[in-house]
Structures are given as structure tokens and as C-alpha cells.
Design a protein around this ligand. Structure first.
Ligand code: ATP
Ligand code: MG
Length: 644
């Protein structure tokens, strides 16, 4: 970005918290002042929400930046905090997980059940030769054993690396090799789109080139045939027969908890390393604060997969450390019908729903009549994560899912940050559709220019270390420093890679990846604002915008648009609509109507691939792409469409 980002989209709607929610909110306005007065004392207080076997001697060691240490000298066990202490406190009978398989089979696990399973799995891992400090790869469908596997690793101090169950052999192999995993935990398969989808053959193929792997632990989920080698052991034989007695050991606060690879939206995935005490402190606090969790009465549902950081922090560690009751669902939202999510909300009386903009835009595309067929009145709070949420998608979510009643928390964070950083507090903040609003108490973020000075529109930077920050990129300290800490080396700020603006009230608006910002006739224009303008047209469900090299303007705006079911509109009308909303400078040179957009497996739009299409270049790395045929369809459509 040469100058600053243009500020184009004006949004004046605002929704204050419902009075009852505000009155009984877990976190009130004073938290900001308290954290500002003494940030480290504030985080110490949040750390005390957990049970420590030994208290820390020092809160933060930032003497060797960018390598932070939190709660130095402290000792704790994450599985103990998520399970044992709740059972000891007498809530062992509370449901931890209402699990729903895609075919409709169900399981209910209380905190006692989950503790017993985790102790057995911990003993089984030890018997299989896994010990503190070893790495374990987890490649699983969304079944309770996935959470148990993570908790068992955390319990014995093995570092887990969860690989999303939809990834290919190459992706799995590369991640196992990068971490030198000793054990792989998997399943025969899981249910996806109405049929068993095999996992074990992918593991077999990957492990053939991974000499570090000694054993493969296999859960039987689908019952499909699997090849069997001398490395393979069944979960039901090992975990099933293991002892249910296990005392959680005290682990160092900086003990490596997990490695997780980023989604790969912009570049080759990075193995992000998170540790124990600081990570759990912030994951637990933010889950309680941002979702206003009332563990006795709420039924919480996060629709992410455990293969993403959202699944780590807001399915496993955050909710379980808070004693929450949650729904966990194995399958896709359209199986066996497009109302499946709403049916589950009605069935379990879900009160808090946390999902992604890509899902929200898909639901809007499928039609308002689908959620309208279900009783969603139990919902009291909605959350969004993963991409900027366009104001119109936010409004649709509020109206059609939230019954015009529920606050929406738009939560900005990354695999690297480990936990939510910028978000409304539902009992405090008057939310603006499309804005993540304000850094949470204890978090310092700024929108800065190239020189690291505060500005209205520019780069998002994190200006102080935070407890759940990444500690490094696994095995690559140099890439860690280069990627995140070199842009603002002088200031010592963390560079998030996202563009943002701050409005006159100080609210933060995320504007997409810095790499995606378009430079049109000397103006820096964010992809997000043009996409939001397109989505605000009643015919448009989803839009992706890129800057393509242009002989006259430097870059020109090219948009790819998915229409709502049954909608019909000319691309010229859409171009005029953008020009009217944002100004003539933003009028797309070309708009292509498409049936699908290229997305990562976590559902994020991959603009770098669209840019290559718009510029008629080679596609580049597509390994994290959800569906490669989408690209062929789009580029063929481009060839036949004419530019006007
Ligand atoms: P890679 O870093 O490999 O390109 P990725 O950035 O997609 O992959 P994640 O860590 O899963 O990997 O995603 C974090 C990114 O998602 C953020 O940097 C931001 O771009 C986007 N994001 C997440 N939540 C929000 C939000 N609420 N508003 C806007 N953007 C968001
Ligand atoms: Mg990223």
C-alpha cells in the first residue's frame, strides 16, 4: 500500500445490546479500563480462572522479542482444566457434548464420560510409546474421539498436530513430516454428504513416506473395509481396554501444546506453534467473555471443524475449560436437507451459534424460507469468524437466524493469535454490521500506515504481546521473524497481514488481506468494500473481487459474482450499482457471473487464484483448494465473456 486505504463504504446502522443481556453480562464496560490500567495484572486475573498446580513467578518475559513467554514458572495441565476439575466440582453429570452424526445417530457425553475416555486414551498413548514432547498427528472426522485424542495428547504433554480430514495425501504427508510425528490418530472414515468417506487409505499412503510414524491408531466409525498393516491398532482394542485411572501431570506453562498449519489462503501453510498456560488463559477467557457463556443454561454450537484453529480454541479448549454444554456435528449443512443446521438448533435448543461468513452467504443464497421452517427462538447470541462479514450478510444473519433479537459478535483473529483479539462484547458494544468493533480488554491493536503510525485506513498491527500468541513457526524461527515481525521491526509490532480501517468512533473494520488490496488509478481500494457493495444488491449472494493488471489504470477491478437462487440481473446493472454505492473509481471493469468460487477447505475465498484467471496467468499452488474443477469452469466462462 503506497498511501492509506480509501474509506469508501459508509455504514450507519447500529444495534445496542439487548437490555437483559447487558444487565447480566459476564463482562461489562469497566473491563476495558481495568485492562488499560494494568494489562499484565488483567491477564493474571484471567489466568486465575484456571487451576494451576504451581503459580507462575513472572507474568510475561518479553526480553527476547519476538519470542514471548507467559506465566513463567507456572505449571498446569490443560486436560485437567477442561475435565477433572469440573468433575471434582460436582458437575460430572453435565452434558459436555451432544454429538450428532451425519446419518442421524447420536451420542451424549457428560464431563465424567469425557474424562474417563480421555484418561483411557492417555494410558493407551503411553502404552503405544508416546511420551511428553512427542508429536502426534490427528486426522479425524468430527466425532467425539477427535476431541478425546486432542485432550489425551494435552494430558500427557504430547504436542498434537490436527490435520483437517478433507486434506489430500500430499497435505497430510507434508504435515506429518514437518512435525516428525510418532503416532497418527485417524478413523476408517466419516460421513460426508450422505455417504461414508474413507480416511484410512489417505493415511496409509501418506505414512508410507513417513519413517517417523511408529503406530497408527484407528477409530472405527463407518465400518468400511480398511487395509491393515503391522503399524495399525484399533482404538477400541487399545483405548477400549486401557485403564481409566490416570493422574494428570503438571506441565510447564510454556510446554508446546499444538502445531497447527494456517489455511493457506495466501501462501504455503505455516506450522504455527502454541503453548500451554497463555494459550488456555486467553482461549478460556475469550470464550466466556465474547459469547457471554452461562455454562449452567447455555447450549453452545461452533460449526467449525477441529482441523481449524476455531475448532481448537472454540470447540475443544475454550468451551470445555468453561464447563460448557455444546453440540458437535459430523456432517455438512445440506445433508440430508438444507435445513439441517436449523433442525439441530431446534432439537438441542441451541442458545449460542458460532459460524463463518461463507456459510451465512450460502444460507442466504439457498433462501429465507429454509430457516423460517424451524424454531430458532432459543438463540440469544450469534458469532462470525473467518473472513470479513459483509454488512448485508450480517443483516441477513441477524434477521433470518437471530430473529432481529440477537447480538452478533464478529470476531477477528487468526491461527497465529490463538484466540479472539478484536470483537464486540455482547453486553457492552453497540454493534455495527460488518465491523469487528474494538480490541478486547487486554489486547492492543492499531491501524497503522507504512511507518507504523496510526491512520484511518491501512495495516492492522498488534502492538503488545498477548497470552495466546504464536511462539514461532515450527522449525523455522527465521520465517517467523520475517513473516510477522519484520514489517514493523522498529516499532516491535506484529504484522497481521490484514488491511483495516478505523471509523470516527474508533470501531475497527477489517478490509481483507493486504496482498489483495487493489491499486486503481492511484487509489488503494479494498476487495472487501467492493464485495460488500455487490452483496448489498438484492440479486447477489456472494462476490469475490480482484485487481487485474490494466494498461490505463494500473489495476482494474474484476468481480466474480454468485447470484441468489432465482435472481436475474445484468452485469452492467451490477457495475453501475457498485459505481453508485462507492463512486465511479470502483466500477468493475468486468463482472463474471459464476456458480461457485474457489475456496480453501475452510471456506475462504482464494483471490490469488481468481487474480491469475483475471490476468490469464498460470494458476499456481492449488493444493488447499476445496474443489479444483471450480477453477476450470470459471476460466472457461471468462474466455467466452466479453469485456465492455
Ligand atoms: P494463510 O495465513 O496461510 O494465508 P489464513 O490466513 O486463511 O491462511 P487462518 O489463520 O485460518 O488462515 O485465517 C485468519 C485470517 O482470516 C485473518 O488473518 C483474516 O484475514 C481472516 N479473518 C478471520 N476472522 C475475520 C473477521 N472476523 N473479519 C475479517 N477477517 C477475518
Ligand atoms: Mg493468515
Amino acid at each position: 500500500m503506497s498511501e492509506t486505504l480509501e474509506n469508501l463504504l459508509q455504514e450507519t446502522r447500529q444495534f445496542p445490546p439487548p437490555p437483559e443481556l447487558a444487565a447480566s453480562a459476564n463482562v461489562k464496560e469497566d473491563a476495558y479500563a481495568e485492562a488499560d490500567a494494568d494489562r499484565l495484572a488483567f491477564w493474571e486475573k484471567q489466568a486465575r480462572r484456571l487451576t494451576w498446580f504451581k503459580e507462575w513467578d513472572q507474568v510475561l518475559d518479553w526480553s527476547n522479542p519476538p519470542f514471548a513467554k507467559w506465566f513463567i514458572g507456572g505449571q498446569l495441565n490443560i486436560a485437567y482444566n477442561c475435565l477433572d476439575r469440573h468433575v471434582e466440582a460436582g458437575i460430572g453429570d453435565r452434558v459436555a457434548i451432544h454429538w450428532e452424526g451425519e446419518p442421524g445417530d447420536t451420542r451424549t457425553l457428560t464431563y465424567s464420560d469425557l474424562l474417563t475416555e480421555t484418561k483411557k486414551a492417555a494410558n493407551a498413548l503411553l502404552e503405544l510409546g508416546v511420551s511428553e514432547g512427542d508429536r502426534v498427528a490427528i486426522y479425524m472426522p468430527m466425532i467425539p474421539e477427535a476431541a478425546v485424542a486432542m485432550l489425551a495428547c494435552a494430558r500427557i504433554g504430547a504436542t498434537h498436530s490436527v490435520v483437517f480430514g478433507g486434506f489430500s495425501v500430499d497435505a497430510l504427508r507434508g504435515r506429518i513430516q514437518d512435525a516428525d510425528a510418532k503416532l497418527v490418530i485417524t478413523a476408517d472414515g466419516g460421513y460426508r454428504r450422505g455417504a461414508p468417506s474413507a480416511l484410512k487409505p489417505t493415511v496409509d499412503e501418506a505414512v508410507a513416506d513417513c519413517p517417523s510414524v511408529e503406530k497408527v491408531l484407528v477409530v472405527r466409525r463407518t465400518g468400511q473395509d480398511v487395509a491393515w498393516s503391522s503399524k495399525d491398532v484399533w482404538w477400541h482394542d487399545t483405548v477400549g481396554n486401557a485403564s481409566g485411572d490416570h493422574v494428570a501431570p503438571a506441565l510447564d506453562s510454556e510446554h508446546p501444546l499444538f502445531i497447527l498449519y494456517t489455511s493457506g489462503t495466501t501462501a504455503k501453510p505455516k506450522g504455527i506453534l502454541h503453548t500451554t498456560g497463555g494459550y488456555l488463559t486467553q482461549a478460556s477467557y475469550t470464550h466466556w467473555a465474547v459469547f457471554d457463556l452461562k455454562p449452567e443454561s447455555d447450549v453452545y454450537w461452533c460449526t467449525a471443524d477441529i482441523g481449524w484453529v476455531t475448532g481448537h480454541s472454540y470447540i475443544v479448549y475454550g468451551p470445555l475449560s468453561n464447563g460448557a454444554t455444546q453440540v458437535m456435528y459430523e456432517g455438512t449443512p445440506d445433508t440430508p436437507h438444507k435445513g439441517r443446521f436449523w433442525e439441530l438448533i431446534e432439537k438441542y435448543r441451541v442458545t449460542i451459534l458460532y459460524t463463518a461468513p461463507t456459510a451465512i452467504r450460502t444460507f442466504a443464497k439457498w433462501g429465507d424460507d429454509i430457516p423460517a421452517q424451524f424454531d430458532l427462538s432459543s438463540l440469544r447470541l450469534l458469532g462470525s469468524v473467518g473472513e470479513p462479514i459483509n454488512p448485508e450478510a450480517w443483516m441477513w444473519y441477524r434477521e433470518h437466524i437471530g430473529g432481529n433479537r440477537t447480538p452478533i459478535v464478529d470476531t477477528w483473529w487468526q491461527t497465529e493469535t490463538g484466540a479472539i483479539m478484536i470483537s464486540p462484547l455482547p453486553g457492552v458494544t453497540a454493534c455495527k454490521p460488518g465491523s469487528a468493533m474494538r480490541p478486547l480488554p487486554g489486547i492492543s491493536a492499531e491501524v497503522v500506515n507504512e511507518e507504523g503510525k496510526p491512520t484511518g485506513g491501512g495495516y492492522l498491527a498488534l502492538t503488545q504481546p498477548w497470552p495466546s500468541m504464536l511462539r514461532t513457526i515450527w522449525g523455522d524461527d527465521d520465517r517467523f521473524i520475517e513473516t510477522y515481525w519484520s514489517r514493523f521491526r522498529e516499532q516491535g509490532f506484529y504484522f497481521a497481514g490484514d488491511g483495516a480501517k478505523r471509523d470516527e468512533d474508533g470501531a475497527v473494520w477489517l478490509l481483507g488481506r493486504v496482498d489483495d488490496v487493489m491499486l486503481v488509478s492511484g487509489h488503494n481500494i479494498s476487495t472487501t468494500e467492493v464485495e460488500s457493495a455487490l452483496v448489498a444488491h438484492q440479486a447477489v449472494a456472494e462476490a469475490a473481487v480482484v485487481g487485474a493488471t490494466d494498461p490505463t489504470t494500473g489495476q482494474a477491478i474484476v468481480a466474480f459474482v454468485i447470484l441468489r437462487g432465482g435472481a436475474d440481473v445484468s452485469t452492467n446493472e451490477l457495475r453501475d450499482h457498485v459505481a453508485k454505492t462507492l463512486g465511479p473509481i470502483c466500477k468493475p471493469r468486468q463482472i463474471q457471473i459464476v456458480a461457485e468460487l474457489p475456496k480453501t477447505r475452510s471456506g475462504k475465498i482464494m483471490r490469488r487464484l481468481l487474480r491469475n484467471i483475471a490476468e490469464k496467468k498460470e494458476l499456481g499452488d492449488t493444493t488447499t483448494l476445496q474443489d479444483a474443477t471450480v477453477m476450470t469452469l470459471i476460466s472457461e466462462g471468462m474466455k467466452t465473456s466479453t469485456e465492455d
